[in-house]
Design a protein around this ligand. Structure first.
Ligand code: FES
Ligand SMILES: [Fe+2]
Length: 346
């Protein structure tokens, strides 16, 4: 079960072309392409006649022609031509999905199209800020349920064991976490005071000596995360900080799209508040982040197998409080949505 009335990332904008292709979102097959105006169109990927995926057909102008008997659909999914010279059956249509492009990503609304509101797409305040740099990011396929990655992104502690050569320091092992519930998600956060910067950040920050460091791990429903890292010279951080001109901030945006029940397409990019035009820095950050995320993938793929084949119950720890809270609320939202749908159908 997934939350349907929500925006998910369907693809990078650069991945959608004038060719038909099939993507999977929440287990649904969707045919995507760009029309003559360059807009991204998303249609249910099953011809209503014999269910050949439309993505196996052809684009004809601003329509899609089925590759089996030629039923032809416009960009709203309505059949506009049928073979054999007969009339077009009223059921000859496919479901269109609302789409919106923002942040170089294609967003898709999987629920009731009548309530799709682009204002609900995650807000990314510094995306267009010329003072901030970006490392463009990428996508990877995870062989795990998307909630395992949501758990991971509400879990600042795992870096101590999973990312030893990049994000870890001793402070990441045992500094207590704080959990804050927001209107649209959960934040797990902590300040770690006066210690050496972790290896990945040591190469980037523009001050020497020890730092105060914030880990801000936030996941918004259904599955979009902001991981904010703040590094500031020791003594300038904490609840009322950071107040230093050399404070480094990196906002890592992470989007988990369930493709099936136990597979996820994971998208990300990072914004930083220093050296916006430094392409060498962007390339180095991209490379290091990708390596670190490969470390997460290796763990999570195995966790999925472990949870699927467990022969004894698993346990929860105090460090899991944020993710358990996130899961509980998301489950309630999904149940609520299913109830509304059932009422509408009834
Ligand atoms: S399967 Fe599409 S027209 Fe027959
Ligand atoms: Fe990680």
């Amino acid at each position: 079960m997934f939350l349907k009335n929500a925006w998910y990332v369907a693809a990078w904008s650069s991945e959608i072309t004038n060719d038909l292709q099939q993507i999977l979102v929440l287990g649904e097959k969707i045919c995507v392409f760009r029309n003559e105006e360059g807009e991204v169109i998303a249609l249910e990927d099953a011809c209503p006649h014999r269910k050949l995926p439309l993505s196996k057909g052809r684009i004809k102008g601003n329509t899609v022609e089925c590759g089996y008997h030629g039923l032809t659909f416009d960009c709203a999914g309505q059949c506009v031509w049928a073979p054999g010279g007969g009339r077009i059956p009223s059921a000859a249509r496919v479901r269109p999905f609302p789409i919106h492009e923002r942040y170089g990503l294609v967003w898709i609304w999987m629920g009731n199209a009548a309530i799709a509101d682009v204002n609900e797409i995650m807000d990314i305040p510094n995306f267009d800020n010329p003072a901030w740099g970006i490392n463009q990011g990428a996508a990877m396929e995870l062989k795990c349920n998307y909630l395992l990655m949501c758990d991971n992104l509400l879990d600042p502690t795992h870096v101590a064991w999973v990312h030893q050569s990049s994000f870890a320091t001793n402070a990441t092992k045992d500094t207590p976490l704080r959990v804050t519930k927001t209107e649209d998600g959960v934040i797990v956060h902590r300040w770690m005071m006066d210690h050496e910067p972790a290896p990945f950040y040591k190469k980037i920050v523009e001050f020497t000596g020890n730092c105060d460091r914030l880990q801000h791990y936030e996941v918004q429903y259904p599955s979009h995360a902001l991981i904010r890292a703040v590094f500031t010279p020791a003594g300038t951080g904490g609840i009322d900080g950071p107040l230093h001109e050399k404070t480094f901030i990196m906002d890592s945006y992470n989007f988990m799209t369930p493709t099936t029940a136990n597979e996820t397409r994971y998208y990300w990019f990072q914004l930083r508040n220093i050296r916006p035009d430094d392409e060498v820095l962007s390339a180095m950050m991209s490379e290091d982040v990708r390596k670190a995320f490969e470390e997460d993938r290796a763990v999570l793929d195995q966790v999925q197998i472990g949870m699927d084949t467990k022969t004894s119950p698993h346990i929860d720890l105090g460090i899991d409080a944020g993710q358990l809270r996130f899961r509980r609320r998301l489950e309630a939202m999904i149940a609520e949505e299913a109830m509304v749908d059932a009422k509408m159908e009834g």
